[in-house]
Design a protein around this ligand. Structure first.
Ligand code: TYD
Length: 132
């Protein structure tokens, strides 16, 4: 079984519009310690190209769309994130590459840990060696 999955959020909607609330250990399966977002990504740019040793994340495209390419060394999957009601849970040791950012894409990421460069595996050969 892969260490990623989609999470469907419940939108609280009324005649004024929609609202989604994200809460640690409720619809987000870890304690949220960090939030960052990627926006204004230039046409044709790909990002990511790394895995994390321990970090868990949930990625939400709150505006626009982008594509995640995921790889755990055994399975690979391409996932289109194109809705604010969909979250992509990424567990540890998942190689990710993001591409096809639309001009209006705002990719918000909730993370289980503070930023730590030592948690990154940025070389694909190292990643394949470490998951063995
Ligand atoms: P980077 O890991 O290259 O982003 P991506 O995974 O989208 O390719 O991060 C870009 C820069 O931002 C890099 O210098 C590290 C820094 N950064 C932080 O300082 N804090 C953070 O929470 C993140 C995600 C990145």
């Amino acid at each position: 079984m892969s260490n990623w999955r989609m999470i469907d959020f419940s939108a609280l909607g009324d005649e004024r519009g929609s609202l989604i609330a994200l809460e640690s250990h409720k619809n987000i399966p870890f304690l949220i310690r960090r939030v960052y977002y990627i926006y204004d990504t230039k046409i044709g740019v790909s990002r990511g190209f790394h895995a994390h040793r321990d970090l868990e994340q949930v990625a939400v495209c709150v505006s626009g769309e982008c594509t995640f390419f995921l790889d755990d060394g055994h399975q690979r999957e391409e996932i289109l994130l194109d809705s604010p009601i969909k979250g992509l849970y990424l567990g540890s040791m998942v190689w990710r590459e993001m591409s096809n950012f639309s001009h209006n894409c705002v990719l918000m990421v909730l993370a289980s840990r503070h930023y730590d460069e030592l948690d990154y595996i940025r070389n694909y050969e190292d990643f394949l060696r470490d998951i063995k």
